[in-house]
Design a protein around this ligand. Structure first.
Ligand code: AMP
Ligand code: ZN
Ligand code: FE
Ligand code: FE
Length: 291
């Protein structure tokens, strides 16, 4: 592994996590407490398409020895599939950002209704209240449909729910509205945040295409790459680090922690070997403030 060695003397951070405001299992308060308990120096809350958890997250962090970073993870339309954009150190009350996220929420509400209709046609009469009940009170998405199907005993685990019903092309799948990359990048920059391409290693593109894509995103205002990520191996981590250096992009990293909703991924440590050094934080913070 090319990732830096962790040790008690080496402060670590985690700049990609989810709470009950999207599809994580811990509330924002529980999340920041768990991060402090794990000894992390900083943690960012980056819920999918929402900043609803950020106020609670920042408030809970005030009494803890940890830096809490306000953030979001926005899905955007890539050349062949979805891309994820993490925004860090943003002003989560910025009206342009919140209007954009409201639009995504509205699109999600319509899509959830359409998915309920699909399940009805499949002879599975789920209702939205039942799905919302397992969502922990935040936004409702496909992972919560998976939990609702499990609660009914129709599937054994979320993976089976996706492969039988929810994944693209499966019978209950309904496509979701997504922003174009320039719109998503603009929303985060408008709110003063640093836009960072999330898990570039999962994009599923040949390396040269990925390099070209990152170059185009940089011209649109992208400021960084999530180089350190739970599912990046040593090879992709090294290549992404090189690409970030060549294009003068910031380096970020995180676990994509979802609590019990993605068992096996730990805060700060991912699947065990992740180690995101604290030194990455200051350049990101500085860049965001000067956006
Ligand atoms: P949504 O935003 O409602 O389309 O849901 C997307 C989320 O579903 C992703 O963030 C993943 O956490 C989860 N997901 C997507 N595909 C799978 C899969 N094959 N198995 C389990 N979870 C998945
Ligand atoms: Zn998620
Ligand atoms: Fe993601
Ligand atoms: Fe994520």
């Amino acid at each position: 592994m090319t990732q830096p060695k962790a040790g008690p003397s080496r402060p670590l951070i985690d700049l990609h996590t989810h709470s009950t405001a999207s599809d994580g299992s811990l509330s924002p308060t529980e999340l920041v407490r768990a991060a402090a308990k794990a000894g992390l120096a900083a943690v960012a809350l980056t819920d999918h398409d929402t900043v609803q958890g950020v106020d609670e997250f920042l408030a809970a962090a005030r009494e803890l020895p940890i830096e809490a970073v306000p953030g979001v993870e926005i899905s955007m339309q890539g050349p062949s599939s979805a891309l994820h954009l993490v925004g860090l150190y943003l002003d989560h009350h910025n009206p342009e950002l919140t209007r954009g996220l409201d639009r995504l929420q509205q699109a999600r509400d319509n899509r959830n209704q359409a998915m309920i209709e699909r399940f009805r046609e499949l002879g599975i009469p789920l209702d939205l209240a039942e799905v919302a009940a397992v969502s922990g009170g935040g936004l409702v998405g496909r992972p919560h449909f998976a939990l609702a199907l499990m609660a009914r005993g129709l599937v054994h685990n979320p993976g089976e729910a996706f492969s039988r019903f929810l994944a693209a092309g499966k019978p209950a799948y309904v496509p979701k509205f997504r922003f174009e990359p320039q719109e998503a990048i603009h929303l985060i920059r408008a709110a003063g945040g640093a836009p960072i391409l999330a898990h570039p290693g999962l994009v599923g593109m040949a390396w040269t295409s990925l390099e070209e894509l990152v170059g185009r995103l940089k011209e649109m205002g992208l400021m960084g790459l999530e180089v350190y990520y739970t599912e990046h191996d040593g090879n992709i981590t090294r290549r992404l680090k090189g690409l970030a250096a060549r294009l003068r992009l910031l380096v970020s990293g995180g676990s994509d922690f979802h609590g019990q909703n993605k068992a096996g991924t730990r805060l700060g440590r991912g699947k065990g070997k992740l180690a995101v050094p604290l030194e990455l934080l200051a350049p990101i913070k500085k860049a965001a403030r000067h956006a």
